[in-house]
Ligand binder design. Structure first.
Ligand code: NI
Length: 400
């Protein structure tokens, strides 16, 4: 058996071909049937155990270690693309009009296929079980929940789960880690303000829901400034507001909705409570009333400390200390990987993807963003190394 780095290098061209095939044929959430078929066929080729499709757009498979008992570790890749018209001009640019892998999920998928290939190759030295989870519809934040509902975390139930995400702010070949919160929770709310309609010239005869809504919206901004610690990041945004039909009529009702982003479960629950109190309390104080519907979406993505340590050790040993970067602060974005973390502990790490070109440093979701494919071997090595460590396998075989 060769050194893992030599082995990854030997399959690099194959992995690049897979990545370019996926990149040229992107599919948006819950439409990833071609991508799922490609993944399935690659896994079948390498002889992976027990391939299942809990959904037509998801693939779950197992690799049983032959070295003995150990933990079951799930490795997850999201496989969906975005409704973005690709403008990279690449020879393998999207052939699907208006759809693009602009978030790098084509790389995530390829990294996991590569990791499967290696784990299969090192199966005799592997303890425990690896569960590969290729999941649809991350961008619309529903794919993880559907994949889990359809049994992805059963028989066997993994002890831990890992994932990675491409990151254009970091150089290709590097891996970014952070203990604790990596991404925020994303929740939403809808408020109906109930007043009493009437003539605009005689407001005293009605209860104006427009003025009440305006007060509530202003009050909601005090959640961030007065009710949560300044060092605890929270965003409250009202993005849609509607009331009335004409300048001279006070309507019966006003309506608005918005989103709340938080970085811990504690603050998340706290903000939900305060928001309801402020909306209803303000409306009642002004003679009206309010109905609040609050929807908890995806929770914060919080990486388990010991798993981050194990990923870091694997990266240092396999790629070198200079390839391991510390992520200084969490992102206010969200990731439906958090759905798995409601069931089992896990960790997510970042996969650097930029090089010297300005196009590789554009933001995720940009139509011209280029991902340096040198990220793929780094991602594969990090996944395989971390899987070895966490299952309790002897990682030194990867360096022989
Ligand atoms: Ni993404």
């Amino acid at each position: 058996m060769s050194d893992i780095r030599t082995f990854v290098d030997s399959i690099f061209d194959e992995l690049v071909a897979i990545r370019r095939d996926i990149h040229a044929h992107p599919e948006t959430g819950m439409r990833e049937t071609r991508t799922a078929a490609l993944i399935r066929s690659e896994l079948e080729k390498m002889g992976v155990d027990e391939i299942q499709q809990p959904l037509p757009t998801a693939v779950v498979a197992l690799i049983h270690g032959k070295k003995g008992a150990g933990k079951c570790v799930a490795l997850r890749a999201d496989i969906d693309a975005l409704p973005v018209h690709e403008e990279t001009g690449l020879p393998f640019a999207s052939v699907n009009e208006g759809v693009m892998h602009a978030c790098g999920h084509d790389l995530h998928t390829t990294v996991l296929i590569g990791a499967a290939r290696l784990l299969k190759e090192y199966q005799n030295d592997l303890c425990g079980t690896i569960k590969l989870i290729f999941q649809p519809a991350e961008e619309v934040m529903t794919g993880a929940a559907k994949t889990i509902t359809n049994g992805a975390l059963e028989t066997p139930k993994p002890d831990f789960i890992l994932a990675c995400h491409t990151w254009p702010d970091m150089p290709a070949g590097s891996i970014g880690v952070r203990k604790g919160t990596m991404l925020g929770a994303s929740d939403s709310f809808k408020v109906k303000v109930i007043g009493k309609g009437g003539h605009a010239a005689h407001p005293q005869k009605g209860i104006d829901p427009v003025v009440i809504a305006a007060h509530i919206i202003t009050q909601l901004q005090t959640i961030v400034s007065r009710r949560v610690a300044a060092i605890d990041p929270v965003v409250v945004t009202v993005g849609h507001l509607e009331a009335g039909t004409a300048a001279n009529i006070i309507p019966n009702e006003a309506y608005f909705e918005g989103t709340v982003r938080t970085q811990s479960n504690e603050t998340r629950n706290h903000v939900a409570e305060i928001l309801k109190q402020l909306a209803i309390g303000t409306a009642r104080a002004m003679g009206g009333d309010a109905e609040v519907s609050y929807t908890f979406g995806v929770g914060p993505t919080i990486s388990e400390d010991h798993l981050v340590d194990e990923i870091s050790e694997a990266v240092t040993e396999l790629l070198g200390n200079d390839k391991l970067l510390q992520v200084p602060s969490p992102s206010m974005g969200s990731e439906d990987f958090a759905r798995y973390l409601e069931h089992i502990p896990g960790a997510i790490f970042r996969l650097g993807t930029h090089n010297d070109t300005p196009e590789s440093k554009l933001a995720l979701h940009n139509a011209s963003l280029l991902f340096d494919e040198k990220a793929i071997p780094a991602g594969v090595a990090a996944m395989v190394g971390a899987a070895f460590k966490i299952t309790g396998s002897d990682m030194s075989v990867l360096l022989k």
